[in-house]
Design a protein. Structure first.
Length: 367
């Protein structure tokens, strides 16, 4: 374990390298956490739908905002072969007032009680058929507005303001970067299209479908999987491309910096490498010792940066306007493995230099 012995004897030099690796790992973790957080803000409510597929109107371009389904289309969507269960769901964005007149926006989803479109209530009670002006509000909605179950909240849309009562709390996430609020579908239709809707007025935005092999184009509507539906949320594809580019730049910069550090160390150890080769050590053995150092330093950097990222996430969530950063176990594991791989690739910069060292020339340089 010559590589580990060298780390022990040159503590300061390797500590500085470790600090740089830790900062790079921390940066990449925060970028990945930002990507996860933005995805949750964009459409975690969609991912939480109790459905395998979603049906959109055929001219909507897989946009929930533009999708409008009439009664006849909804009926046909619910009769697709292979469906186990289905439920129409309406979407509209509306403003609500809270506090001292502050205004914010929420995603209002209209559903029918007793169907697969009904969310799980974590506090309070579910909506009933006669709860015309009742709401099920997401935890983020309640926290942002400093409201609780039993409170009333004014909702503004189409120049009208209606008082709604919060009868239950849900934990469904966000949609279009807004907390979700569930209400009866009849109330949603009135909220979006006005009271006393005329015949032919859309009755839903999408239809939630459960079953296998449902994806396809049908008469008047299109069915896609939830993952495809998520990718087509407005702004998600551009957002994911930006975060992915930043992530790969982080890995590339990490590999270059780590490779540069250990390449310089290799140049400083030319004489020692020559001595080792002279006494029979192979180039592969010498390189493996350097690789061991790279892996050790990277693991130490990750051991520091991972909990540091977790603490940062907790601290940011305490702010009045939390930053959309979130971490999952998969985020930590994927980032750690990717950084280790990038560091190993960076170490390959010095492999060629190790192979080129001639023991006689190296020993001659010592004199």
């Amino acid at each position: 374990m010559i590589g580990l012995i060298e780390i022990k004897r040159r503590k300061m030099q390797f500590a500085l390298i470790g600090l740089i690796v830790t900062l790079i790992a921390y940066l990449v973790l925060m970028i990945n956490g930002l990507g996860v957080g933005l995805n949750e803000q964009a459409g975690s409510a969609l991912e939480n739908f109790d459905a395998d597929a979603l049906a959109y109107s055929d001219g909507a371009g897989l946009s929930v905002i533009r999708s409008e389904l009439g009664a006849d289309v909804v009926e046909r969507a619910q009769q697709v072969d292979g469906i186990d269960a289905a439920a129409p769901l309406g979407y509209v964005a509306a403003n609500y007032r809270y506090g001292d007149g502050d205004v914010a926006s929420a995603a209002f989803l209209g559903y029918d009680p007793g169907t697969v479109g009904e969310p799980d209530v974590v506090d309070g009670r579910p909506l009933e058929a006669d709860d015309r002006f009742g709401l099920l509000a997401d935890s983020a909605f309640l926290d942002n507005a400093d409201l609780s179950v039993g409170d009333t909240v004014p909702i503004s849309l189409r120049l009208d303001t209606i008082e709604f009562e919060i009868v239950g709390e849900i934990d469904q996430g966000n949609f279009f970067f807004q907390p979700v609020v569930y209400l009866l579908r009849d109330t949603w239709q009135e909220l979006k299209y006005g009271p006393d809707p005329e015949e032919g007025t859309p009755i839903a935005s999408i239809v939630l479908l459960q079953g296998d092999d449902l994806v396809g184009d049908y008469d008047g509507f299109e069915v896609v999987s939830k993952s495809v539906a998520f990718d087509n949320i407005e702004g998600v594809s551009g957002q994911q491309a930006t975060v992915t580019a930043l992530r790969w730049f982080g890995y590339l910069i990490g590999a270059l910096i780590i490779g540069s550090f250990f390449y310089v160390l290799t140049l400083q150890r030319i004489v020692q490498i020559g001595v080792m080769k002279a006494i029979g050590a192979s180039g592969l053995f010498i390189f493996s010792q350097g690789l061991m150092q790279v892996v050790t330093i990277t693991l130490v950097g990750l051991a520091i940066s991972v909990p540091l990222a977790g603490v940062t996430d907790w601290a940011l969530q305490q702010l009045p306007d939390p930053v959309p950063i979130a971490f999952t176990t998969g985020t930590y594991i994927t980032t750690s493995i990717s950084l280790l791989f990038a560091a190993a690739l960076g170490a390959l910069f010095s492999a060629r230099q190790v192979a080129r060292v001639d023991p006689i020339i190296a020993l001659g340089q010592q004199q």
